[in-house]
Design a protein around this ligand. Structure first.
Ligand code: SIN
Length: 493
């Protein structure tokens, strides 16, 4: 069978990676109640997945609970080997995974290939970390005591993952969970379930035992209720919007689950007069227009010093005006569609609001005709600080520029938000770079770069942008509990 993915059809070499069933307890589960998944570039139907409710989700929790202790009892080396094989299979099938991803999510196929590699990197990284989950032997507080701290898996994990990175946001959670000896129930976004299901298929082929990894598709509210409410789930992890994250985290408190959250940002991108302007413009394109502006770490506000402001605005606008917008599968587009019509409406509203408050439109600013949900890459200058663009996450391809005079003003503007995920800073002054990186209230700072994400470094935010860190050696911490063994001994025979 060839799965034809709309006009820019790329046949899958493994058509069995396109799966219209959920994955529970090692079995592919279907249901007569179905959900449709469409291609945002064309509005056409790609396929359907089961519309699971609470009952089927509980069966997935049953399976994950039954599998957890046997999985944890295997050696860390064995679990690591399974993860390594999973990563290998993901890379081997990169083309198919990227094709499925672009069809359901919209990002350009080259970006989708990049995400497949990014996703595999978390599996590889945590395959290695599995063997380094070491406990501690502590100097005792009394001569007849011995203190040992064990690191044990938290147990069954539930993960709700977003549509903007349909693979990598799963592996960044499933990698450390499985490495630590946890089992997991994943609910991918209803907009992008096919990437998750293909990933699960490759996990099955890699030797992940039945019940260790489960993927449920369907009704977000009903599934969310089980994943936040079932007492057997000991850890809940979520990537998505701040408002939903707060609501889900509050529900988890009834059963006192461990919670980690990767939520929204409002990233400032600060350019000083002394910056390398070529690097700053390159960085701006990367930090704003990756995934059509639909990442939590995308720049939301460009804060540019007065001496370089006009030149930066003109150069950025010129580059943005040349970006090619079109279906991600055509291989020529730099910018794919936004995920849906709601996203287009929000982005349009932000542009209208900014212009209404006195901002000047330099390029873009319009929806693109056709069946897909496209919005033209946009640059606006002289955006006032009270514009929606500066207060809320735009999550779209709109660069709004604000002017500042001095360092103190830049810091005040950058920190004037309840979010604290990513920030970017361009300067060639060493002292200033140190002062600024210390003053920025963010979990991550890109200094003279617009690209900060990697599996080897801790990803996460402060303030209302989240709890915990993903990736890096710290990424496993949220999946283990510390258990103290305090032993009384006779010090003489
Ligand atoms: C996100 O947008 O949630 C993740 C972005 C990244 O990993 O770079």
């Amino acid at each position: 069978m060839t799965v034809l993915l709309q006009d820019y059809a790329l046949p899958l070499s493994r058509s069995d990676l396109f799966i219209e069933a959920a994955y529970v307890g090692g079995k592919w589960a279907t249901d007569t109640d179905r959900m449709e998944v469409t291609n945002p570039a064309t509005g056409e139907l790609i396929g359907t997945v089961p519309n699971f409710g609470a009952k089927q989700t509980s069966l997935a929790v049953d399976a994950a609970t039954a599998a957890q202790k046997p999985w944890a009892a295997l050696t860390a080396g064995y679990r690591g080997a399974v993860l390594r094989e999973w990563a290998r299979l993901v890379l081997e099938h990169a083309r198919d995974l990227a094709t499925i991803m672009t069809a359901e999510q919209g990002k350009p196929i080259a970006e989708a290939r990049g995400e497949v590699v990014y996703a595999a990197s978390f599996l590889e990284w945590f395959a290695e970390e599995a063997r380094r989950i070491d406990g501690e032997v502590i100097q005792p507080h009394a001569s007849d005591r011995r203190l040992l701290v064990r690191k044990e898996p938290v147990g069954v994990v539930a993960a709700i993952t977003p549509w903007n990175f349909p693979l990598a946001m799963i592996t960044r959670k499933a990698g450390p969970a499985l490495a630590a000896g946890c089992t997991i129930v994943i609910k991918p976004s209803e907009l992008t379930p096919f990437s998750a299901l293909a990933l699960a298929k490759l996990g099955e082929e890699a030797g992940i035992p039945a019940g260790v990894l489960n993927v449920v598709t369907g009704d977000a509210a009903q599934i969310g209720d089980v994943l936040t409410g079932d007492p057997r789930i000991r850890k809940f992890t979520f990537t998505g919007s701040t408002s939903i994250g707060k609501m889900l985290a509050a529900r988890c408190m009834d059963t006192v689950k461990r919670v980690s959250l990767e939520l929204g940002g409002n990233a400032p991108f600060i350019v000083f007069d002394d910056a390398d302007i070529d690097a700053a413009v390159d960085g701006a394109i990367a930090a704003k227009f990756r995934n059509s502006g639909q990442t939590c770490v995308c720049t939301n506000r460009f804060i540019v010093q007065e001496g370089i402001y006009d030149e930066f605005a003109n150069r950025l606008s010129e580059r943005v005006g040349k970006l090619v917008v079109g279906p991600g599968l055509d291989g020529r587009s730099d910018q794919g569609p936004l995920i849906d019509q709601r996203a287009v409406a929000r982005v349009s509203a932000h542009v209208e609001d900014a212009v209404g408050r006195g901002a000047t439109l330099m390029t873009g600013g319009t929806t693109v005709c056709g069946p897909g949900t496209f919005f033209s890459p946009t640059v606006l200058r002289d955006v006032p600080a009270d514009a929606l663009l500066c207060r809320e996450e735009t999550f779209g391809p709109v660069a709004g520029l604000l002017k500042f005079r001095d360092e103190a003003e830049a810091i005040a503007m950058a920190n004037d938000t309840r979010s604290g995920l990513a920030s970017y800073l361009f300067t060639r002054d060493l002292d200033r770079s140190i002062r600024m990186t210390e003053a920025l209230e963010y979990g991550m700072v890109g200094l003279n770069t617009g690209v900060i994400s990697t599996e080897v470094a801790p990803f996460g935010g402060i303030k209302e942008s989240g709890l915990g860190r993903e990736g890096s050696r710290h990424g496993i911490d949220d999946y283990v509990e510390l258990k103290l063994v305090c032993t009384a001994i006779k010090t003489t025979p």
